[in-house]
Design a protein around this ligand. Sequence first.
Ligand code: WQD
Length: 337
Amino acid sequence: MKIVVTGGLGFIGSHTVVELQNEGFEVVVIDNLYNSSESVLDGIFNITGKRPIFEKMDLRDKGSVQQFFKKHQDISGVIHFAASKAVGESVGNPLLYYENNLNSLVYILQELKELPSANFIFSSSCTVYGQAEKMPITENASIQTAMSPYGNTKQIGEEIIIDTAKVTSINSILLRYFNPIGAHPSAEIGELPLGVPQNLVPFITQTAIGLREKLSVFGSDYPTPDGTAVRDYIHVVDLAKAHVIALKRLLNKKNIDKVETFNLGTGTGSSVLEVIQAFEKVSGQKLNYQIVGRREGDITSAYANTDKANSILGWKTQLSLEDALASAWKWEQKIRS
Ligand code: WQD
């Protein structure tokens, strides 16, 4: 079965391509290489021995999207990762985010609605919950007004999918990720942040390897046990496996509704200081960090209620925070060697 993975050379996309190939799927990767590199194909090949079909394409080009789907009529499913995802950048450049993240989604759905039936997995985010009132966060927690254009594109994207599903043969699953971290244990693929990393774990590993002088911990006055903010850090390999399970649910027509939503997290919250301590343990070295003021727009706490994914998808995380941090560290050492 042929599966299209948009953004398939990106961080979560590349790990999902590996898990799809491990399950025997034929994979077609679409990527515009704006935030990834073609060398990721070599990493995927080194892990699975199979090279996915790769089509360099910008999904904002409607004609290219139409041409692609004419060429690949035998598609069984689409997993859609391709999007800009830097929260801070989205505040400064909202139109880039609305065009890239929403036009591409619309053009793909316009093609899928012409197929007899289509299976669509959407990369969404816990960011849609904002600061949820109650922890752990369930899928029916209220959607808060987005704190950034990036988060808004995820909310609007979900609404576009829901409205489209009502009048087409497209079946969809929305996967709301918590905080993806880590790398494939082989260190053949991993996160490749461009420039100064915005996210915590790549900043930690770049500090540990000497690329950054020190980590700034954004705030220690949150109402949490140690004062630093709490997140649900999920190993990217566990996250990738959830995509294959969700896809199979649609392929096997096991879905109850045309659109189903699942939180993907470990169900456990970890504070920034706990992540630092775990990293120091797995790396065997002290991390140079300094407590500074809060970062604008950050929430205090977010971690997933995983009951629905566990019971309905039959998926739960297998890898620990330390596994994820060890894999991130191994990857950082590999790419800087
Ligand atoms: C985690 C914690 C920071 C960097 C973002 C997006 C979200 C999703 C995941 C896409 C926070 C603290 C961070 C640093 C720090 N992405 N931190 N020093 O903000 O929870 O979520 O990435 O879907 O949409 O919002 O992740 O890794 O940026 O921050 O203290 O140098 O680490 O304050 O508490 P975040 P993050």
